[in-house]
Write a protein that binds this ligand. Structure first.
Ligand SMILES: Nc1nc2c(ncn2[C@@H]2O[C@H](COP(=O)(O)OP(=O)(O)OP(=O)(O)O)[C@@H](O)[C@H]2O)c(=O)[nH]1
Length: 304
């Protein structure tokens, strides 16, 4: 999706005429267009903009379209972008190879404007459903927060950013204190409401760039990009105070709720090569364990 909210189509073709014709034919469609005139530029634009559809020339002078398509499909972040080949006459073997390579469709030059638009619309419609399903599969049904599956993927990519840009990444693990007893005393639906409101309090207190996830049961995990251990610990202490200030009651009886927090940061590792999603989560979990064993309702960092 482009910044304008329109779906984005990347045209990769060696011929300036084709860019002109595709641009003119798709003018009436609600899409934003990006143009690349060779494979290298196309791969770079695809990685930068993550378009919703790629129209790819089969016969480019530098790298041929099949090779570029295989390259895009081998990259996890680009593999789900549908590719339509733009081609002169294709024999059956080439068509089969194109589909095997991951193309969703092909259009034969010279294009018929109505046919090109219909094929682009169909591919974009499928991509929209695909994106919707992907995001739904990554959202926790009770809280509307990101789920554990999303957390692992996102943390792995934040660790790569950390290594590339030398900016710290921190993780906070949270567990609601004595949650079993809250459930047992006041019922499962009261427990559900506590989980929801604790999650909402995190979203209210965090930055847009922070990623708040339900890790499972009564546990949450937060990813804080470009955040030092000291800042992450300060945030965890604030979140801890926020949870304790939430007001829950059964009838007129107040029900106190607190949570414990464990913080880990990439900076605490002597060797950056040791920093992975798993080691960060493991370190945060260890810090959470010390917060629990030191009396709960507190935050502890990896070096405490
Ligand atoms: N209401 C509700 N309860 C859940 C849900 N998922 C798990 N639980 C319950 O959450 C409780 C988790 O308790 P624990 O974290 O193991 O222990 P605790 O009582 O919080 O104790 P400490 O973590 O040591 O403070 C269990 O009783 C689970 O049955 C859920 O979606 N909703």
């Amino acid at each position: 999706m482009s910044d304008t909210g329109l779906q984005c189509v990347l045209v990769i073709d060696g011929s300036p005429d084709i860019h002109y014709i595709v641009g003119a034919q798709l003018k009436s469609e609600r899409v934003s267009l990006l143009h690349a005139h060779g494979a290298e530029e196309g791969a770079a634009l695809a990685a930068e903009h993550l378009p919703d559809l790629i129209l790819l020339d089969l016969d480019m002078p530098d790298t041929d379209g099949m090779t570029l398509c295989a390259q895009l499909k081998a990259d996890r972040t680009l593999a789900d972008i549908p590719v339509i080949f733009l081609t002169g006459n294709m024999d059956v073997a080439t068509k089969v190879k194109a589909f095997d390579m991951g193309a969703v469709d092909y259009v034969t030059k010279p294009f018929d404007a109505i046919e090109l638009k219909a094929r682009v619309r169909a591919a974009l419609r499928t991509k929209r459903y695909h994106d919707l399903l992907t995001s739904k599969a990554q959202i926790d049904a009770l809280t509307g927060l990101w789920n554990r599956g999303y957390l692992s993927d996102r943390l792995s990519s934040e660790v790569s950013v950390m290594a590339r840009e030398a900016s710290p990444v921190s993780v906070i693990m949270v567990d609601i204190d004595h949650f079993k007893s809250i459930n047992d005393t006041h019922g499962h639906s009261f427990g559900d409401m506590v989980i929801q409101q604790v999650g909402e309090s995190f979203v209210r207190s965090c930055r847009e760039s922070d990623v708040v996830c339900r890790y499972g049961d009564d546990e949450f995990a937060l990813i804080l990009r470009n955040t030092s251990g000291a800042s992450a610990l300060a945030l965890a202490e604030r979140l801890c105070t926020d949870v304790a200030a939430l007001e829950f009651s059964r009838g007129r009886q107040p029900v106190p709720v607190t949570a414990s927090f464990g913080v880990a940061t990439s900076d605490q590792f002597d060797d950056l090569a040791e920093v992975t999603a798993e080691t960060l989560l493991g370190a945060a979990d260890k810090a959470l364990y010390s917060a629990k064993s030191q009396g709960r309702n507190r935050a502890r960092g990896g070096q405490d």
